[in-house]
Ligand binder design. Structure first.
Ligand SMILES: *[C@@H]1O[C@H](CO)[C@@H](O)[C@H](O)[C@H]1NC(C)=O
Ligand SMILES: *[C@@H]1O[C@H](CO)[C@@H](O)[C@H](O)[C@H]1NC(C)=O
Ligand SMILES: *[C@@H]1O[C@H](CO)[C@@H](O)[C@H](O)[C@H]1NC(C)=O
Ligand SMILES: *[C@@H]1O[C@H](CO)[C@@H](O)[C@H](O)[C@H]1NC(C)=O
Length: 637
């Protein structure tokens, strides 16, 4: 088995020493700007005890060494440059520049806040920063950008109306006088309310009175027309002020008055649109920015055939065929073809959506939805179904070169007339060696995809027609439940193309190097578990989540296009040679180390806490004057 460190030990000549010195200097520069990561168990120890030049010239690294980069430097001519090499390099640079902007104390965090948000931080900000610092959180203001997009429209709405709607909602995490409780009937339902309440409890003593109204459906629900949201956003921007110290109120009056007024007022329910789910796209696209490619493209009505990828498919967010801007790749507004390639737009199982803006918190949403994001409840359970429990998989060198996936044929209601369009069906068929071999060798056709053109992804396996053989040898992928509709169809419409396979526990899946992650009825809820594993997640999604601003494609995970046109080529890059294997290992280990720094329960708490500080303020009639200013008082005397 390939092992970079044991190779490295063998060099004893002067040239190698010079080369090593150069690498060490390079590493020092990178490391000193990072000094953050915990090395994956084993790697660091091996490096430290095995260096040939006595004491290492670099401080014990907290950062997985860039063995992948070193491999390229050692063998500059052995590997043809690949676009993904550049993408990894780019991602590293972005990460470095983000980390250079960390806040180390309340004053610098508050200063960055004012600079970026145009307001004083909300009251209670100091306690939040202190908690973050004392829990070794990576404090980068950019990681919280999402909160400001989500909250912005409410600055243009009546604060009391928002507060009232939040307080009376069906399921609420309620904070009063420093205590949190879950309110609402959840009998016979998933335990999300209890999980979120437990999380909020950890910060409750530092929180103002606030209500967190929760979406209890899997599907996201608010689709406010973009023109309206855009107007709100403009208004919010105009209202930003850094108020003078005299004007600023540092404490809110709380919600006592509101509580008196509420009595037993019923929840405010806007008009919920529940029928005609196949035309969901027509509701969604109205929430796309004016002028965006998807905005004026009507919903499809016939979902029967193999989906068509636009001719000469060159998405704006890709670099030479590989996703570069992951955020953009998740946006259906710029990819109208997704209206015929994703279950959400084909036939959602349940639809209950509104065009009205109400305050509603949830674990995921489409980029055009108007919920306020918090970490998905599945990320705060200990349920091994989502996380794999305490096991995160063996070290890379002990893994099998393989792709593993199990899951339900979800994504929406798949039936004879539409199943060829669903993302999970496409993923599983593309990974089916029999199917791909049949295309390559016998001119066969798949049901859910066409092979990406050779002209675009040109590599030996594609040229020689051996992708199918490779897949047959290296994949263990399939549905453990075909989830057909109607049930008594006995899945006859899928039988020729798919068969059910027995489930594989997450812990056992982690034995394989590669684990794709595809949306189900909404987000998959497995991503955090996959990032924290020693395997490499390959990810495509149209759902936004709380962590998006802190994860980088090609550094923490491998991104895929929602069409999966890049799937075979990405797998080829990672498995064709040592360079690809080193890159895959590098991203898998970086993702794990990074996840252990920024996706901890403490980090999810801090995110939720920060949202609640902002939401409490935007619901407050004094919101334009409320702010944290102690840091300014101290410096001005
Ligand atoms: C990525 O795409 C998003 C959404 O389209 C855009 O706002 C952002 O500026 C892009 N990022 C970069 C680095 O180009
Ligand atoms: C697939 O496995 C067979 C038998 O183990 C082997 O002979 C063949 O070379 C493998 N093919 C590929 C493409 O890895
Ligand atoms: C499904 O299977 C049941 C039991 O074998 C049978 O009675 C029924 O006719 C089947 N339905 C279809 C649509 O094939
Ligand atoms: C793979 O495809 C073949 C047909 O090409 C099908 O019979 C088989 O059930 C598929 N395997 C899985 C796991 O779905």
């Amino acid at each position: 088995m390939y092992n970079f460190y044991s190779n490295k030990l063998r060099f004893g000549n002067a040239r190698a020493a010079v080369r090593f010195g150069f690498v060490a200097v390079l590493l020092t520069i990178v490391v000193s700007s990072l000094l953050l990561f915990r090395a994956p168990t084993g790697t660091l120890r091996r490096l430290r005890t095995s260096l040939p030049f006595g004491k290492p010239s670099i401080a014990p690294s907290k950062y997985p060494p860039a063995y992948y980069e070193e491999l390229l430097q050692q063998n500059p001519t052995s590997f043809r440059p690949h676009p993904i090499d550049h993408l990894i390099d780019d991602a590293r640079r972005v990460q470095d520049s983000l980390l250079a902007r960390q806040s180390r104390d309340v004053a610098s965090a508050a200063a960055r806040y004012r600079e970026k948000r145009g307001r004083h931080p909300p009251p209670g900000f100091d306690k939040w920063v202190e908690y973050a610092l004392s829990h070794n959180s990576v404090l980068v203001e950019h990681f919280f950008d999402r909160i400001y997009q989500d909250i912005a429209p409410f600055w243009a709405r009546d604060p009391k109306e928002t507060a009232l709607r939040a307080a009376t909602w069906h399921h609420v995490v309620r904070v009063r006088n420093g205590k949190a409780e879950g309110v609402g009937n959840v009998e016979g339902r998933v335990p999300w309310l209890a999980l979120w309440t437990d999380l909020v409890k950890e910060a409750a003593k530092w929180l103002p009175d606030v209500d967190m109204p929760i979406n209890y459906m899997d599907e996201s629900r608010l689709l406010v027309p973009w023109d309206e949201i855009n107007q709100y956003a403009t208004e919010e921007h105009q209202k930003r002020r850094i108020t003078s110290l005299e004007q600023t109120m540092t404490k809110s009056k709380g919600l006592k008055a509101l509580d008196k007024e509420i009595g037993d007022k019923a929840a405010y329910d806007p008009e919920w649109i529940k029928s005609d789910s196949p035309r969901y796209w027509d509701l969604a696209r109205v929430a796309c920015p004016a002028g965006s490619p998807g905005r004026d493209v009507p919903a499809m009505t016939d979902f029967s055939g193999t989906p068509e990828i636009p001719a000469d498919y060159k998405p704006s967010y890709a670099y030479q065929g590989y996703v570069k801007n992951f955020t953009a790749s998740t946006d259906p507004c710029i990819q109208p073809h997704l209206r015929g390639m994703h279950g959400t737009f084909i036939e959602p199982i349940t639809m209950s959506t509104t065009k009205e803006l109400i305050p509603l918190f949830g674990g995921c949403k489409l980029p055009m939805n108007n919920e306020i994001l918090i970490p998905g409840a599945m990320y705060i359970t200990q349920d091994p179904f989502y996380s794999g429990g305490e096991t995160h998989g063996p070290p890379w060198e002990e893994k099998e070169v393989g792709v593993v996936w199990r899951g339900v044929g979800s994504g929406g209601r798949n039936k004879a007339e539409n199943w060829r369009r669903f993302q999970r069906h496409r993923l599983i068929e593309m990974l089916n060696g029999t199917t791909v071999t049949n295309i390559e060798k016998h001119n066969g056709q798949a049901q859910t995809f066409e092979m990406a053109p050779l002209a675009k992804y040109d590599y030996p396996r594609r040229r020689e027609g051996t992708i199918g053989t490779w897949l047959s040898n290296h994949t263990d992928t399939g549905f453990n439940d075909l989830n057909c509709f109607p049930r008594d169809s006995n899945c006859t419409y899928l039988a020729p193309y798919f068969s059910e396979k027995p489930s594989v526990p997450m812990a056992q899946q982690y034995v394989q190097k590669f684990i794709p992650d595809a949306d189900g009825n909404s987000f998959s809820a497995r991503f955090r578990g996959l990032l924290l594993s020693t395997s490499l997640p390959l990810k495509a999604t149209i759902y936004s989540e709380w962590h998006d601003d802190r994860l980088l494609p090609w550094l923490h995970f491998a991104p895929l296009d929602n069409s999966f046109q890049d799937l075979h080529a990405v797998l080829n890059y990672f498995t064709a040679d040592e360079r690809g294997d080193a890159a895959a290992r590098y991203i898998a280990e970086m993702g794990k180390a990074w996840g252990e720094r920024v996706l901890r329960r403490e980090d999810m708490l801090l995110y939720t806490w920060r949202v609640l500080l902002e939401f409490a303020r935007v619901c407050d009639e004094d919101r334009d004057r409320l702010g944290y200013i102690d840091d300014l008082k101290n410096t001005t005397g």
